[in-house]
Design a protein around this ligand. Sequence first.
Ligand code: GLU
Length: 416
Amino acid sequence: MAEHGPIFGAMLQEFDGAARILNLDLGIWRILTHPKRQIVVSCPVQMDNGEIEVFTGYRVQYNITLGPAKGGLRYHPDVSLDEVTALAAWMTWKCAIAQIPFGGGKGGIICDPTRMSKRELEALTRRYVAEIVDAIGPEKDVPAPDVNTNAQIMAWFMDTYSMHVGHTSTAVVTGKPVEMGGSLGRQEATGRGVMIVTREAAKHLGIDIAGATVAVQGFGNVGSVSAAQLSQVGARVVAVTDYKGGVYNAKGLDIAALQQWATEHRTVDGFPGGEPLAGEAIFGLDVDILVPAALENQITDENAGQVRAKILTEGANGPTTPEAHRIMHANGVFVIPDILANSGGVTTSYFEWVQDRHGYFWEEAEVNAKLEQKMCAAFTAVLKTAVKYGVDMRTAAYIVAIDRVGTVTKMRGMYA
Ligand code: GLU
């Protein structure tokens, strides 16, 4: 890629730190730092007021060395090719660390779903699928939910793809409704994974998770399930913020009641079970565990110094800038990087894809047991690498990923 933007630039900085330690072959470095395929499409949609609007959509297949591209589809006004490319690269490393047979991909559409009707969202989704239909498929590229997309959008996605290929193809997307080939446990999987790695980190650091205090930024699928899962293992979630505001309760928030409030009001703001808390205040709280589970670039060199948590678990993708990471690491914060911390979602997406292709579905307990095993194995591999090279967990995660993708790249050789 001749030019790149700041988010991909941040990914590259992280990548390079690990590549240097591995003494990565220059040719492999070149391959792994270039996106394989970037697709840009224009999606015309007739809006409810009769006007036609054209939305820009992206799908990036960053690397498919280990298998089909895999990664979510996000709907947000700030989506850009830079962001989607970085997210697709992160998916590549995430799948390698999770040891699932996928490459990395990501999609995005520039839109504001909060201002669109259900019909408009359906029309946009279907048109986007039609525009990228040749590039996707169970063996090629398998999307999933991400920011502002959900099981309903995956259902429209699967239906549109199936109409184009002339048969029902469930394995083209994951995160579908359970009734139509989705996996039990998928919806909770990212938050469950966040809980598992946080619990393992606490064990490693000698912190008792029972009674540990937690603050969560973001209360979408990842943030809300992480909060619920962490409180189920005995942690005390004292603060939650979202795009609008937040709540604090030193005794611990009632997460089930907060979920109910957030579903009704589309925000945690105003929840009566605690005191109001300003969004930005979440990072400076005196808590044991901090979980950023919103968007990129939330912890920067400006606020990283305030972080007092012992463990920072990155539920979101790219919530910490490289400079902020250096500051927190120097201050002794144990950072569990995104490409490890939030890999529970894609790991269970893998289970969903396997079940769809077999046409045989597992009990929820089986899904959760397999997720537990995979997340613990990934955490251990990264921790061992961190100890072996004397590096932080993020650099170690990249070392594991680069080593796995790089080894297979070399084995497969060059097709000239
Ligand atoms: N969007 C999620 C992520 O960023 C899940 C991707 C997937 O399941 O393919 O990891």
